[in-house]
Write a protein that binds this ligand. Structure first.
Ligand code: PXL
Length: 276
């Protein structure tokens, strides 16, 4: 059975990062092992002022050393929200020691949206994430994260303009990613993602655009791709699955009467991932 090392924060309430990645990867038929980077009461979005934050750097170091001593090896490593730029050097040192020779590294920078950094992040954090992009087999930023990492003005990039999207993808490949995927691209009223591979292949997948937006959909999207790709080895299928899964999760959330602060109810459509 394949085993993915998920390196993200644990936010107790609000459904994002590890609490999204683990169930999605399990439903995909892949084991998830977690390395928590930080522990928060909620995510850091504006709906939860006063959130708690505990950095777990020392515990990460001890855990990684323990796993190296045990000789554990993972089929893939998937990083998301870290919380501190200092984590990057540690991960660059330890990921190669824990990854099988044919293993894959997936990097979801997870630090910005709509051109704005999430609470607590800045240009230094974007630069640190770019150092993870250097070692990525696949990197999955949204346009905001890609622009902030590459020093491109977000306002000048149109997610509906293929040339603009390709320019940003080329920037990520030049930064060292073997393959790059931009999420949130738009075409003919639809929304989706465009992949550019090391070989120069371009693949776009689109689905219905729903105007409602929920926190955590980026984490849902990346986790579906990682789970599906690690199990099937088919990246086009994994992207199609993720692009279509997110609107299904949003529709299921809108039908529910819980408040928007409860996040996206991906649990209602997890069955779409079983044996997919
Ligand atoms: O969904 C990305 C994410 C993950 N973890 C934490 C966050 C966010 C986005 O705001 O605050 C703690």
């Amino acid at each position: 059975m394949k085993n993915v090392l998920i390196i993200q924060d644990v936010s107790g309430f609000g459904k994002c990062s590890t609490t999204v990645a683990l169930p999605i990867i399990s439903a995909s038929g892949v084991t998830g092992t977690i390395l928590p980077t930080s522990l928060l009461s909620t995510h850091t979005g504006p709906e939860f002022p006063g959130f708690t934050f505990l950095d777990l750097f020392e515990n990460m170091k001890a855990t990684l050393n323990h796993w190296v001593e045990l000789g554990l090896k993972f089929d893939a490593v998937y990083t998301g929200y870290l919380g501190m730029a200092e984590h990057v050097d540690l991960l660059r040192e330890y990921i190669p020691k824990l990854l099988r020779e044919d293993g894959q590294i997936f990097i979801d920078p997870a630090f910005a949206d709509n051109g704005q950094y999430y609470h607590g992040f800045d240009d230094e954090y974007a630069k640190a994430q770019l150092r993870l992009v250097e070692i990525a087999d696949y990197v999955f930023p949204n346009l905001s994260e890609a622009c902030l990492m590459l020093g491109v003005d977000y306002e000048t990039v149109d997610p509906g303009n293929e040339d603009h999207v390709l320019m940003v993808l080329d920037g990520l490949l030049d930064a060292g990613a073997k393959n790059a995927l931009i999420t949130g691209v738009r075409s003919n009223g639809k929304i989706g993602a465009t992949l550019k591979t090391a070989e120069g292949e371009i693949f776009t997948s689109l689905a219905t655009f729903l105007p409602q937006s929920f926190h955590g959909t980026g984490d849902v999207f990346a986790s579906v791709i990682v789970g599906s790709y690690v199990r099937t080895g088919d990246m086009h299928k994994a992207i199609d699955l993720a692009v279509n899964f997110v609107p299904e999760a949003i529709k299921a959330t809108i039908e529910d009467e819980t408040p928007i602060t409860y996040g996206v109810h991906f649990e209602k459509v997890l069955h779409l991932l079983i044996n997919a």
